[in-house]
Design a protein around this ligand. Structure first.
Ligand SMILES: *Cc1c(COP(=O)(O)O)cnc(C)c1O
Length: 353
């Protein structure tokens, strides 16, 4: 047992963040962490092989310039200086909290949403404040209230675990009513109908984070990025590790930006599977929230979510059981391949029969 008095009090007080289970490969059909069920684009794998044959004795480009150029082009941004690359978007979120929220200050997040934001506040010795979504997963006005200690507002959009979205119009209004940065975490935006990238050019306080983990099937390489105005990017770059992204992941992410054909195919396939999953669950009596992400949030009137999770796990299918204090529980099921979703649905039918 470590001597607790050696650590900062903020650290000893906090709870560790618990990511979804990652069992050894092969044993389970994994529908619990919103990974892509399809392997990444072949061009990306080639790029990693190419980079592995490169000068690995040399440090990588500290700013991942090749990636920033490719991303700016792909996303129609004014230039590469609007992009900051990170070791997963989780690192970008860490930089944002570190950069904007001081000890004793506060960040805000909607509830239920991405619990990691709270962990990042805890690490910083900062406070967090949750504003509950309305019953239909829209945001109450209070989400846009400004107050003196509030230094950062984080909004996953599409949200997890619901898969619901807040419109760019509403995001823009929220940003206008706040006097701190509003981070739109677009981890799932590639599965959605709209996104907030254009807003970044209109308002310096709106920033968008993206990841290659979900839509590009690259959770294993750890790459995400921030889109913000160049002055903001330059400030935040001061606090990142000098070499936060390695040569292999930079090569992979740069190649991924050229795979728009692959991406639209996968988007189409997964969105079709998502509709089928949602419809069937709804036929089976679940309350299903219309999702614009690669997962579906559902609750059954019988309330046996944890039991169903256990039943599926005993039958080699992992979904995410989530329980939110003062709110309730439910299951988040990631969109897998059609075969995986069929297998999952068959078991759910069997459980309910
Ligand atoms: C998965 C996820 C991330 C993390 O993405 P990485 O790039 O893998 O770190 C960030 N935000 C939300 C809401 C997510 O679901």
């Amino acid at each position: 047992m470590a001597d607790k008095s050696l650590f900062r009090p903020a650290l000893t007080r906090m709870m560790a963040y618990a990511p979804g289970e990652q069992p050894p490969p092969g044993k389970f059909i994994k529908l619990n962490t919103n990974e892509n069920p399809y392997p990444p684009p072949p061009a990306v794998v080639d790029a990693i092989r190419g980079a592995a044959g490169g000068p690995l004795n040399r440090y990588p480009d500290p700013m991942a310039t090749a990636f920033r150029r490719a991303a700016a082009e792909r996303l129609n941004l004014p230039g590469p200086d609007w992009v900051l690359a990170g070791n997963g978007s989780d690192e970008i979120l860490t930089l944002l909290v570190r950069g904007f929220v001081g000890e004793g200050q506060k960040l805000r997040l909607p509830y239920p949403s991405y619990i990691l934001y709270r962990t990042l506040a805890d690490i910083q010795g900062a406070a967090w404040e949750q504003v509950a979504f309305d019953d239909d997963w829209s945001l109450p006005e209070a989400f846009g209230n400004s107050d003196e200690d509030l230094r950062l507002v984080l909004l996953p959009n599409p949200n997890s675990p619901s898969g619901t979205v807040v419109s760019p119009n509403r995001v823009s209004q929220l940003a206008d009513s706040l006097d701190c940065p509003l981070i739109v975490d677009e981890a799932y935006a590639d599965f959605a109908e709209d996104n907030c990238l254009d807003l970044v050019q209109q308002n310096q306080r709106i920033m968008v984070t993206r990841t290659l983990s979900k839509s590009y099937g690259l959770a294993g390489i750890r790459f995400g990025f921030l889109v913000a105005q160049p002055d903001v990017i330059a400030e935040l770059a001061k606090i990142k590790d000098s070499y936060n992204c390695d040569a292999l992941s930079i090569a992979a992410a740069t190649a991924a930006m050229g795979c728009s054909g692959w991406l639209s195919e996968v988007q189409e396939k997964m969105n079709a599977t998502r509709s089928r999953l949602a419809e069937r669950l709804s036929d089976l009596g679940f309350d299903v929230v219309p999702s614009q992400a690669n997962f579906v949030w559902c609750r059954h009137p019988n309330g046996k979510h944890q039991q169903l999770y256990e039943f599926l796990k005993n039958n080699q299918i992992l979904v995410r059981y989530m329980q939110f204090p003062d709110w309730g529980d439910g299951l988040r099921i990631s969109v897998g391949t059609d075969e995986q979703i069929n297998a999952c649905l068959m078991l759910i039918e069997r459980y309910l029969a």
